[in-house]
Design a protein around this ligand. Structure first.
Ligand code: GLU
Length: 480
């Protein structure tokens, strides 16, 4: 089978993390199976049009490393890939359904539909189009229906759901799913303005684009029986379905904006590595191995199996994401991280920083920080002399007599030519032993003079990276 899958977002302005997970699973599935991955923009609802939404979506997907084989940008044999450019197709198919008895005309106004829902609510039944009493082909008869159409009365086309049929499908993740037609709404397929609804356009396009597997979020399960009826009504082969588990907040409620960011671009701005973010997203509902969690993109592709995706909701745990980012800080090549950080330098007045030096500073901090850019903020003193000295720290570690105690050590440092971590350590050790001091008695004053901060990387490593000239200048300036 030539596997073809698609990501079919409605351009609502930004890429939701759930959308990224859907796109990623489709991508991994396609790549694992040598299939094709298609981007289709589902913009049938023009009232929700957002400027640049499509560009934003593609930008976020590209950041994550997800590329398409066919898309509005790239084109392909099954285009156009934007539904608003395919409107001419849908009407014809809607009419075909009328002709074969799978759909019907309905003339109800918004007010009439509201009144129907109100009646149903009062009676305690679930709101659903009642074709036995509303104004449609069945209640009005063929002639009246034709007359109304000829007169230009606004109408829509609805799916005629067979009430007594059981509609079933075998979901690749959830297994056997069954609903009785009676519980499925007579979905509007073509609206009175002639525009298709999501359901009609989605099914037609999936068929015309040769989609073999539909991998999408669990929230679409109630739509699937309607889609299956449509495939049957057209006499088309039904694709296979896989519905992905919900994403949850830490408190197990449905993931929502109220409890934190849900837009991929916010996570980009926060400074997560794409490698860590994609790894984290990939494990929301699936894990190829019981004993590890760090997988690069190729490993994700190699091991991805839809059948191994869980049914139960997956918690979007930002603490775990932070942990994962930290793992990537330790793992990614220094030169790669330096190349990410380099453009950020222009936001600071740090003067010229060589790639080599930037790499050494990253190496110094990478075990201690969550975000790469912390190197430039938390580690500001690696790029400029400290402007401030933490007051508490200074009070505690710079007392009367500290300057006198430290001066001979600093003078010894002046004599060290090989400014390495080992030699700095050995010289300091000898000095404290000879003076019956402890290492920590001098480390804190050194840290204060060099960094101004109470926490940082190892003192001698920090001094080694800064270099002799810079360190001596800082000592001398501090001592006055
Ligand atoms: N346009 C739908 C969305 O916004 C697509 C759902 C599907 O994949 O069928 O998610």
């Amino acid at each position: 089978m030539n596997i073809r899958v698609r990501f079919a977002p409605s351009p609502t302005g930004f890429l939701h993390v759930g959308g990224l997970r859907t796109a990623l699973y489709n991508y991994l599935f396609a790549k694992h199976n040598g299939g094709k991955f298609i981007l289709r923009i589902e913009d049938t609802d023009r009232t929700r049009f957002v400027e640049n939404a499509q560009e934003n979506l593609i930008k976020s997907l590209r950041w994550a490393g997800i590329e398409f084989d066919e898309s509005p940008e790239i084109g392909g044999d099954f285009g156009p890939y934007i539904q608003s450019e395919r409107f001419h197709l849908y009407k014809k198919y809607g009419t075909e359904l009328i002709e074969n008895g799978s759909a019907y005309y309905a003339f109800d106004t918004a007010e009439e539909l509201d009144a129907m829902r109100e009646r149903q609510q009062k009676a305690g039944i679930a709101p659903k189009y009642d074709r036995s009493v509303m104004r449609n082909e069945f209640t009005l008869g063929k002639d009246e229906t034709q007359k109304l159409i000829n007169d230009g009365t606004a109408y829509c086309i609805r799916l005629k759901v067979p009430h007594n049929d059981e509609i079933t499908f075998t979901d690749l993740i959830r297994g056997y799913v069954s609903v009785i037609g009676r519980d499925v709404d007579d979905q509007i397929l073509l609206k009175s303005d002639g525009f298709p609804t999501y359901h009609l356009a989605n099914v037609i396009d999936d068929h015309l684009m040769g989609i073999t597997h539909i991998i999408r979020g669990e929230e679409w399960i109630p739509s699937t029986p309607k889609h299956i009826l449509l495939y049957k009504a057209f006499g088309w082969e039904c694709p296979l379905f896989a519905h992905l588990p919900l994403l949850l907040n830490r408190d197990k409620t449905k993931l929502s904006k109220r409890q934190g960011s849900v837009a991929v671009e916010d996570f980009v701005a926060k400074g997560y590595f794409k490698e860590a973010f994609v790894n984290f997203i990939a494990l929301l509902g699936w894990n190829p191995s019981a004993d590890r969690e760090i997988f690069d993109f190729q490993e994700l592709i190699n091991t991805f199996k839809l059948e191994k995706v869980n049914k139960s909701g997956a918690v979007f745990d930002t603490q775990k994401l932070d942990w994962m980012n930290g793992q990537y800080l330790k793992k990614l090549p220094i030169s790669y991280m330096a190349s990410i950080l380099k453009p950020e330098l222009s936001n600071f007045n740090y003067g010229d920083v060589s790639d080599d030096y930037l790499g050494k500073v990253i190496d110094l901090f990478k075990e201690r920080i969550t975000f790469l850019k912390d190197v430039l903020t938390f580690g500001n003193y690696m790029f400029e002399k400290p402007k401030e000295f933490e007051a508490d720290y200074k009070e505690k570690h710079w007392k009367e007599g500290t300057a006198t105690m430290m001066q001979p050590l600093i003078d010894e440092f002046r004599n060290i030519n090989d400014w390495s971590h080992n030699l700095l350590h050995d010289a300091t050790k000898q000095f404290v032993d000879a003076n019956k001091l402890k290492l920590k008695d001098v480390i804190h004053p050194l840290r204060l003079m060099i960094t101004g901060k109470s926490v940082g990387a190892g003192m001698f490593e920090t001094m080694a990276v800064l270099g002799k000239k810079e360190c001596i200048e800082r000592f001398d300036e501090f001592m006055g």
